[in-house]
Design a protein around this ligand. Structure first.
Ligand code: NDP
Ligand code: HSE
Length: 597
């Protein structure tokens, strides 16, 4: 997602990555992988790279053991690690696939590739005390330089001869803490099926108090098997903070040096969500919400045509074509995914004044009514989020926000319309124009009227939003000159490829001397190795420079159901977090005292 971020000397920015570990209790089936991907996406969009460590899917390790035991008995122990590691390998590969679907550059690696060393104990009874000794940090860093996410199967390593060895029960915790320590990361986020450490098992005592923070010694006293002992000891010796949390939850327990014990009471409220639109994007968002029914309750879905056959299973009772009925359900959040300007504008205002926050994917309405909609949100005291409106699954607006906090953005250039890019590639491959447009529509990349994609209006609307967020300036859409794909012959596109060039729809913003912005959407022949020329199919790329001379690059999938639904869902989780922050009550506990009175 962020292939590079370089200072003016061209040195890459190499912040330590965020290390996140997914336990088997949350990876209950393949269906949980998109939920794990949401956790990672939210970290990526804050500009961090990620090392994800996986446990095996729930029950998988026992199933592997049983298979072998039933046929071979207990005798054949030397090769058991080679069998048992497969569970973690499988979940790592599945998670990498889930990330790839949303356009994230993720790679699953084998522990052997990063030289994770753990000698097998001579005495099998000592297996549970296994301790990782080394890893090839340079290799791991090299993977992280080239990819946004490295997914490492937990629990297994290699012995001195390169044969598989295991890290004992809960060994994935140790894998994660060891990798964090090797990479200089200060923290490991551990995702479990409970939202932190409790004074006693919360599955047995429903009213057990949950710690919001505690130090390692206190954690040793209360964590039981929730965290592997070797992992806790290693975190303690290296000063690594452990955040224990549930999927999609923002509150958990933090174990860190000198953290006084505190307990927290959090009302994890279920928010009512109304979806306006259930097409390419809306149906994807619905599926994410349905998986997170502990946090969200889809109360109504507005569509045009109730008779239309949908490609996802949606309870008929949720669908309606009367906006008044949808708003009558009193949603906490309205997600606008119908497209267009006037109707969408009216619905968004209606949502604000009915007390709902709004997430929108609609750049057309946001570009045309930017100030008015933000003013309406402020008047109503509501939140407006629209990450998906620019870049689909590529967090372009967030990257501009982050850089702008430190230095003004001077200029940007990007491929920001997936449909146009897809069509240009298909033309270069020999397809006809009409066929290429139809294909982009069938794949869900194009707007309902593809003119906006072809004539540059969609890219222009995105430039308006980037001008606001990156440059803090209004950019009238009428001032943006656009080339149309309709004026380009397929022959020209093919000829460019034969000459070693690539034609791209290039969108730019720069500052004039008088401080005003100059913007355009142009069709340009670029050298094949240009950063923008390397965006393939529906992918988007953005390159921008800040006033210090540093250059920042992003890439990923700019259109299509899953990347776009991911960005919308990340906005929904942010709003959930904002609302939950108001619900937290934390009580300090004198250390070493019993927590329950
Ligand atoms: P679709 O055309 O696939 O879906 C639009 C949905 O809105 C349909 O369910 C349609 O109902 C419903 N709808 C449209 N107008 C009305 C109306 N007046 N009243 C009630 N329902 C209505 O569009 P997408 O999902 O592709 O796009 C949705 C939004 O997301 C657009 O703003 C688009 O620009 C934006 N976006 C899209 C991306 C993509 O890759 N597709 C990427 C990033 C942003 P029905 O199903 O009955 O026809
Ligand atoms: N039609 C748009 C595109 C959707 O192709 O880029 C994503 O904004």
């Amino acid at each position: 997602m962020r292939p590079y971020s370089q200072n003016q000397q061209g040195s890459p920015r190499l912040d330590p990555p965020v290390v996140i570990k997914f336990g088997g209790s949350v990876l209950r089936s393949v269906d949980a992988m998109p939920m794990a991907a949401h956790e990672i996406y939210r970290i990526l969009r804050r500009g961090h790279k990620v090392v994800a460590v996986t446990s095996a899917l729930h029950g998988q390790t026992d199933a592997l053991l049983d298979d072998a035991h039933n046929v071979f008995g207990d005798g054949a122990a030397h090769n058991r690690p080679a069998l048992l590691r497969l569970g973690e390998m499988r979940s790592a590969a599945l998670l990498a696939l889930a990330l790839e679907r949303i356009g994230v550059d993720a790679r699953a690696v084998d522990p052997a590739q990063i030289g994770l060393l753990c000698p097998a104990p001579a005495d099998e009874a000592k297996n549970e005390e296994a301790i990782v000794q080394a890893c090839d940090t340079a290799r791991l860093k090299a993977f992280l330089e080239r990819h946004d996410v490295v997914v490492v199967p937990g629990f297994s390593a290699c012995d001195e001869e390169g044969f598989s060895s295991l890290l004992g029960r809960g060994g994935s915790d140790q894998s994660a803490v060891f990798l964090a320590s090797a990479l200089g990361a200060e923290k490991v986020r551990m995702i479990k099926n409970v939202d932190g450490l409790y004074e006693s098992d919360p599955f047995c005592a429903a009213d057990a108090p949950r710690f919001s923070s505690l130090d390692y010694d206190h954690a040793r006293r209360v964590c039981g098997p929730a965290i592997q002992k070797q992992a806790l000891d290693l975190a303690d010796s290296q000063g690594i903070t452990l955040d224990i949390a549930m999927l999609a939850r923002h509150h958990g327990s933090t174990i860190a040096p000198t953290r006084p014990a505190r307990i927290a009471h959090v009302e994890a409220k279920r928010l009512k969500v109304a979806l306006l639109g259930c097409g390419t994007v809306g149906a994807g968002v619905y599926q994410h919400l349905a998986r997170h029914d502990d946090l969200f309750d889809v109360c109504a879905i507005l569509v045009n045509d109730l008779e239309k056959k949908r490609d996802v299973d949606i309870p008929a009772a949720l669908l309606g074509s009367d906006p008044a009925q949808v708003f009558a359900a009193r949603p906490d959040i309205v997600v606008e995914m119908i497209g267009g300007v006037d109707t969408a504008d009216a619905f968004i205002r209606n949502a604000f004044f009915g007390g709902a926050d709004v997430v929108s994917a609609n750049k057309a309405v946001l570009a045309k009514r930017f100030s008015a909609l933000h003013k309406a949100a402020a008047q109503a005291g509501r939140v407006l989020r629209y990450s998906a409106a620019v870049g689909g699954g590529v967090p372009m607006l967030e990257a501009l926000d982050e850089v702008r906090e430190k230095a003004a953005v001077s200029s940007l250039r990007g491929v920001i319309n997936g449909t146009a890019n897809f069509i240009l590639d298909r033309l270069a491959d020999g397809a006809g124009f009409e066929d290429a447009v139809r294909e982009a529509q069938e794949k869900g990349f194009a707007e309902s009227d593809p003119s906006a994609d072809l004539d540059g209006d969609d890219a222009a609307a995105k430039l308006v939003l980037m001008a606001r967020r990156g440059f803090g300036r209004a950019l009238p859409v009428k001032d943006i000159a656009c080339d149309s794909l309709r004026d380009l012959s397929a022959q020209t596109v093919r000829q460019a490829r034969e000459n070693g060039d690539v034609i791209r729809q290039v969108s730019t913003i720069s500052r004039r001397q008088n401080g005003r912005l100059r913007a355009a959407v142009r069709l340009e022949a670029l050298p094949a190795d240009d950063f923008l020329a390397l965006a393939k199919g529906e992918r988007n790329r953005l390159e921008f420079t800040d006033e210090s001379g540093a250059v920042h690059g992003l890439q990923g999938k700019g259109a299509g159901r899953w990347p776009t639904a991911e960005a919308v869902f990340a906005d929904l989780l942010d709003i959930h977090r904002l609302r939950a922050q108001n619900e937290v009550h934390i009580k300090a506990m004198p250390d070493n005292e019993p927590v329950c009175a």
